[in-house]
Design a protein around this ligand. Structure first.
Ligand code: COA
Length: 393
C-alpha cells in the first residue's frame, strides 16, 4: 500500500540518488573514469597510491605530493597489538571477510581523531584505513596458520608489501606490479552496492569506520565482491571437467548463475575485465599455469554462446571473472580474493564517504531514507484489533 503517489523501482536501478565527482561509468560504451581519467590510462601509467591520492584529493599528485602521500601510507602501516591479540581469539576457520569486517571497528577504537569529522581529519583517517586494511588481511591469513603477523617492510611498494606480509616472501617486481594494477582497476566504481552502503551509513553522520564496516559487509556478498572467490571455486571444481559447455548449459538450465558474468550497469564488456584477461594470459604463460586461464576462456566462450541463444547478449565477463585467475596465479587463496578487492576499494569508499560528509558534490546532502510499499496485514488506520496473549488461538 502506498501513502503518497510514488515511483517504485526495485533495486534502485537507474535511480539517481546523489551527485558525485568521484567517478563515472558509461555502461553502454564500456567507459569508466576516476575523477575524469580513463581507467585504461590509469591502469597503464599510474600506481595504486597515485590513484588513491587522485580519488581522495581530486587531482593527480605531482612527484613531491606522491612521495609525501606514499610516506604517509608507510608511516600509518602499523596496527595496535590489541588488534592482533583480538584476532588470535577468533575461530581459525572464520571467513577472512568477516574478520576484516570485525577488525575495522577495532581500529576505530583507538583512532585519536575518531570524533573529529573535519575533512582534514577524515583524509588522515582514510590514509590510515588504506594502509591498515591490507595489514589486517595479511595478519589474519598468518594467524590462522599459527604464524605471527609480519611487520611492514617500508622498502617495498604498497602492493609488494601486502604480498610480503601475506606470504612471507618478497614478490618479484613483476608480480607486485600486476597486483598494483589490479588495485588500480578495483579502486572505485561509482554507486555500487558497497559504496552506496558506506555513503548511506555516513549520511547519518556516523564516522568513517562505521561507513567502511558497512561497505565490507556489502562487498562480501556473492553478487558483489564475493563473486571472485566463487569464480575461483567454480574453476577449481571444473579442473577435471571434460565437457565445460555441457556444464555451463546445465547450470543455466537449472536457473543457476555463472559467477563473474553480468553487470548491473555494463551492457558491453567491462573495461576492467579486458585488462584482467590480458594479465591472466601473461601470468598463465609465465607461471606455466596456462590450463587455468584456458579453462576460464572455455567457460567464457560457452557462457557467451548460451547467453546469445537466450537473447541475453549483454551478459559478459565482469571484473571478478579474470581477477580470480590473476589472484590465484599470484598465490592468493580463494577466500582472500574478496579481501584483496576490499584493500583496493577502500580508496574509493573513503573518497565517497568524505564527499558525502562534506557535501562537495551537491549543495545539500541528505540523510538517505527511501521507502517501501507496505504489502503486509492492514486493517485500516486504526490498526488491527490487539488480542491479549492468553486469548490468542
Ligand atoms: C551482477 C548481477 C547481479 C547484475 O545483474 P542485473 O543486471 O541486476 O540483472 P538480474 O540479476 O536482474 O538478471 C537479469 C537476467 O539475467 C540473468 N543473469 C544475469 N547475470 C547472470 C549470470 N551471471 N549467469 C546467468 N544468468 C544471469 C538473470 O538470471 C536474469 O534472468 P531472467 O530475466 O531470465 O530472470 C548479475 O549479473 C549476477 O548475478 N552476476 C553473477 C555474480 C557476479 O559476477 N557479481 C559481480 C558483479 S561485478
Amino acid at each position: 500500500m502506498t501513502d503518497t503517489v510514488s515511483v517504485k523501482n526495485i533495486g534502485l536501478r537507474g535511480v539517481t540518488v546523489a551527485d558525485t565527482k568521484v567517478s563515472f561509468i558509461d555502461g553502454k560504451e564500456g567507459v569508466l573514469v576516476y575523477r575524469g581519467y580513463r581507467i585504461e590510462d590509469l591502469a597503464r601509467n599510474s600506481t595504486f597510491p597515485e590513484v588513491a591520492y587522485l580519488l581522495l584529493y581530486d587531482v593527480l599528485p605531482n612527484s613531491k605530493q606522491l612521495t609525501d602521500f606514499s610516506k604517509q601510507l608507510q608511516d600509518a602501516a602499523s596496527i595496535p597489538t590489541y588488534v592482533y591479540e583480538s584476532l588470535k581469539l577468533l575461530p581459525g576457520d572464520a571467513a577472512p571477510m568477516d574478520v576484516l569486517q570485525a577488525g575495522v571497528p577495532l581500529l576505530a577504537m583507538t583512532d585519536p581523531e575518531l570524533t573529529d569529522d573535519s575533512k582534514e581529519a577524515n583524509l588522515r583517517k582514510a590514509v590510515r584505513l588504506i594502509a591498515r586494511l591490507p595489514m589486517l588481511v595479511a595478519a589474519w591469513h598468518r594467524i590462522r596458520q599459527g604464524l605471527d603477523p609480519l611487520p611492514a617492510d617500508t622498502s617495498l611498494s604498497h602492493a609488494a608489501n601486502f604480498l610480503w606480509q601475506l606470504q612471507g616472501v618478497k614478490p618479484s617486481a613483476e608480480m607486485a606490479r600486476i597486483l598494483d594494477t589490479c588495485l588500480v582497476l578495483h579502486a572505485d566504481h561509482t554507486f555500487n552496492t558497497s559504496t552506496f552502503s558506506c555513503r548511506e551509513v555516513v549520511s547519518t553522520r556516523a564516522h568513517i569506520y562505521a561507513g567502511v564496516t558497512a561497505g565490507l559487509g556489502a562487498l562480501s556478498g556473492s553478487l558483489h565482491g564475493g563473486a571472485n572467490a566463487q569464480v575461483m571455486n567454480m574453476l577449481s571444481s571444473l579442473r577435471e571437467e571434460q565437457d565445460v559447455t555441457g556444464w555451463v548449459q546445465k547450470q543455466l538450465a537449472n536457473g543457476e548463475r555463472i559467477m563473474g558474468m553480468g553487470h548491473a550497469v555494463y551492457t558491453t564488456m567491462d573495461p576492467r575485465a579486458k585488462f584482467l584477461k590480458e594479465m591472466a594470459l601473461v601470468l598463465g604463460k609465465e607461471t606455466g599455469e596456462e590450463k587455468l586461464v584456458d579453462l576460464s576462456m572455455q567457460v567464457e566462450q560457452a557462457a557467451l554462446a548460451e547467453f546469445e541463444k537466450r537473447g541475453k547478449t549483454e551478459i559478459k565477463p565482469n571484473v571478478d571473472f579474470y581477477s580470480a585467475s590473476v589472484y590465484h596465479l599470484l598465490g592468493i587463496p580463494a577466500d582472500i580474493m574478496t579481501p584483496v578487492f576490499a584493500i583496493s576499494r577502500i580508496a574509493g569508499w573513503t573518497a565517497h564517504i568524505i564527499e558525502e560528509k562534506t557535501g562537495e558534490a551537491q549543495e545539500k546532502p541528505a540523510l538517505y531514507r527511501p521507502k517501501a510499499e507496505y504489502v503486509g496485514q492492514y486493517c485500516g488506520l486504526m490498526g488491527c484489533e490487539f488480542i491479549p496473549q492468553e486469548k490468542r488461538s
